[in-house]
Write a protein that binds this ligand. Structure first.
Ligand code: DSN
Length: 419
């Protein structure tokens, strides 16, 4: 895209966007929830579809002139169904938290009991944190990872479920690096008569590619964002069994939202098409391989990885193993041009704004084409930056190396305005 109109009409904004484009080109993105969309996804977002209002669903709209919008939304739905073997899909949720709100709204009532993983153990805010709508409206009981293994302990989940008899059990997390035992969750939920809800926002791309187990055919309802490992536009969707289609659709509209963002739904359709292609499987496989190599390289350098490793695209590192907080480590890595996000660790003694861990992710650097050799260099730079955190010249020199590698592995097919 040449952005020639924006450049002419709003040079002030164009300059800011250019700076971000340059930053993304020259720096390394290791935030586990971020990725780079293809040019086709970006182009679909920048279309006249943004001009339309289309409350309702294909064939049942509350505004005229929606015959073509129906085609867009139906295409996105059909591709998502194929990708995840889903019986029913609603592609309208605007993002992850609104999607989760719609799921609760569809299945349970305020005050009902729900089981969700605690935030500092890897869960998401919308899985019952007291300062989030979920924790305020519903009676969440929070399970934790096992203190020793730092993995989900299914015996413990079962014990809590039998004791608490929740109406719904939530699995699928934001900062958890292990495969999830979906079948076990389903068995427990069936035993206590609870709905099963999976939030696969982080791993959706890995699941779609067949590299991780898919809860969609098993669970009652599954939500996901579309912009993380799935590499689509910012947004979300809900997948569910046919029998729940009506209540899920009603919860999204008119329950939670007004008009869908049709230009974003078009971009979702493009991303789903891309994820159905064979090379997306290679991408997902390499993303996991890269995360595993990063975990073993950092372990060899004395870093403590939560749960001892990873099965997916992310790892949480306990930075107290290097006498740092997560925020301090995030700031040091920012100085060498590597973006990461601070993260709580299980039973974190520190507060969420300055927690003990850092979460690393490989989805974005894998999109750039980086593989094991590059990951080994990155791990060495991370370690050297941490060890030399006071030495500005060392940090500057590593920053130069990071930039050089990024330019050797440009963001493919990207919107990169800066050349
Ligand atoms: N912000 C997302 C993440 O980083 O995991 C979750 O909402």
């Amino acid at each position: 895209m040449d952005y020639k109109n924006l450049t002419l009409e709003d040079p002030e904004l164009m300059r800011i966007i250019d700076s971000e484009s340059k930053r993304q080109a020259e720096e390394m993105e290791m935030i586990a929830s971020e990725n780079y969309v293809s040019k086709s996804v970006l182009e679909a977002m920048a279309t006249v579809l943004t001009n339309k209002y289309s409350e309702g669903y294909p064939g049942k709209r509350y505004y005229g002139g929606n015959q073509i919008i129906d085609e867009v939304e139906s295409l996105a739905i059909e591709r998502a169904k194929e990708l995840f073997s889903a019986e029913h899909v609603n592609v309208q949720p605007l993002s992850g938290s609104p999607a989760n709100a719609a799921v609760y709204f569809a299945f349970i009532k305020p005050g009902d009991k729900v089981l969700g993983l605690k935030l500092d153990h890897g869960g998401h805010l919308s899985h019952g944190h007291p300062i989030n709508f979920s924790g305020m409206l519903y009676d969440f009981v929070q399970y934790e990872v096992n203190a020793k293994t730092e993995k989900i302990d299914m015996e413990e989940v079962k014990k809590i479920a039998l004791r608490e008899k929740p109406k719904m059990i939530v699995a699928g997390y934001s900062a958890y690096s292990r495969e999830i035992e979906w079948e076990e969750f389903k068995k427990i939920a069936d035993e206590v008569g609870a709905y099963t809800f999976a939030d696969i926002a982080h791993t959706a791309g890995l699941i779609a590619a067949g590299e991780m187990n898919n809860p969609v055919p098993l669970f009652d309802v599954v939500s996901t964002t579309t912009h993380k490992t799935l590499r689509g536009p910012r947004g979300a969707m809900i997948m569910c069994k046919k029998e729940y289609a009506k209540q899920v659709d009603r919860a999204v509209f008119p329950g939670m939202q007004g008009g869908p963002h049709d230009h974003i739904n078009a971009a979702k359709a493009v991303a789903f098409k891309e994820a159905l292609e064979d090379n997306f499987k290679d991408y997902a496989k390499q993303t996991i391989k890269n995360a595993k190599v990063l975990a073993s390289e950092l372990t060899a350098k004395g870093y403590k990885i939560i749960s001892g490793g990873t099965d997916n695209h992310l790892l949480v590192v306990d930075m107290t193993s290097k006498n740092l907080t997560g925020k301090e480590a995030e700031t040091i890595l920012d100085r060498i041009g590597i973006s990461v996000s601070r993260s709580t660790i299980p039973n974190d003694p520190n507060p969420p704004m300055n927690p003990s861990g850092v979460r690393f992710g490989t989805p974005a650097i894998t999109t750039r084409g980086m593989k094991e050799d590059e990951i080994k260099r990155i791990a060495a730079w991370i370690d050297s930056a941490i060890a030399n955190k006071q030495k500005i010249e060392v940090l500057e020199s590593i920053r130069g190396e990071v930039k050089k590698l990024c330019l050797e592995f440009p963001i493919p097919d990207s919107f990169c305005h800066f050349d």
